[in-house]
Design a protein around this ligand. Structure first.
Ligand SMILES: *[C@@H]1O[C@H](CO)[C@@H](O)[C@H](O)[C@H]1NC(C)=O
Length: 178
């Protein structure tokens, strides 16, 4: 009986520790997003908490959160680049959509590289340069939507551009805290 109680106690203690750690990670995430939100008027606080909650489970600080944001942005931009390429290779793609897709392919390739570069620069403690790389993302991805509109077409990557834009803004703003 005593052995069982001891085991139960150990389990309860472990659970308690996990709970405290994850609560702390979350509090840290909210505090970081809150502090960073003051750095940029375009910053979306709820997007920051939502997007980074997966990365925050490890209880990371601002530096790790900035890197996680850059990594997330790089992945999303690379996936969008691949989608644009798939449309270029698809014979059903409208003729007049071809140029915008081609341009967007390069735009998302550049956005992906900017995010990867920002992550690399944070690793090297080159925060000012990392911030400027991340902050170049929003205007780059905005151009993609504009090319489609100018061709009289609906922009196919609106969701991706909104997310990449926010990830660039958030990465730049968190890096600004470092
Ligand atoms: C901010 O992000 C939330 C969560 O992703 C989203 O629902 C909301 O529309 C965004 N707000 C603005 C102003 O973009």
């Amino acid at each position: 009986m005593r052995a069982l109680m001891g085991k139960l106690l150990a389990v309860a203690t472990a659970l308690g520790a996990v709970l405290i750690m994850s609560t702390r990670a979350y509090a840290n995430l909210e505090a970081t997003c809150m502090a960073a939100s003051a750095k940029d008027t375009r910053f979306n606080y709820s997007f920051c908490v939502k997007a980074l909650s997966a990365a925050a489970q490890t209880g990371n600080g601002a530096r790790e959160l900035a890197k996680a944001t850059a990594e997330m942005g790089a992945k999303l931009a690379a996936a969008t680049e691949a989608k644009a390429r798939a449309r270029l290779e698809d014979p059903r793609t409208e003729r007049k959509a071809y140029d915008p897709y081609q341009t967007c392919y390069y735009i998302y390739q550049r956005a992906s590289n900017l995010f990867l570069f920002a992550e690399h620069l944070i690793d090297k403690n080159a925060y000012a340069d990392a911030k400027s790389a991340a902050r170049d993302v929003p205007s780059a991805v905005g151009d993609c939507d504009r090319y489609f509109h100018e061709a009289g077409l609906g922009a196919p990557f609106l969701e991706q551009s909104a997310k990449c834009e926010q990830l660039g803004i958030i990465c730049g703003a968190i890096t600004d805290l470092l």
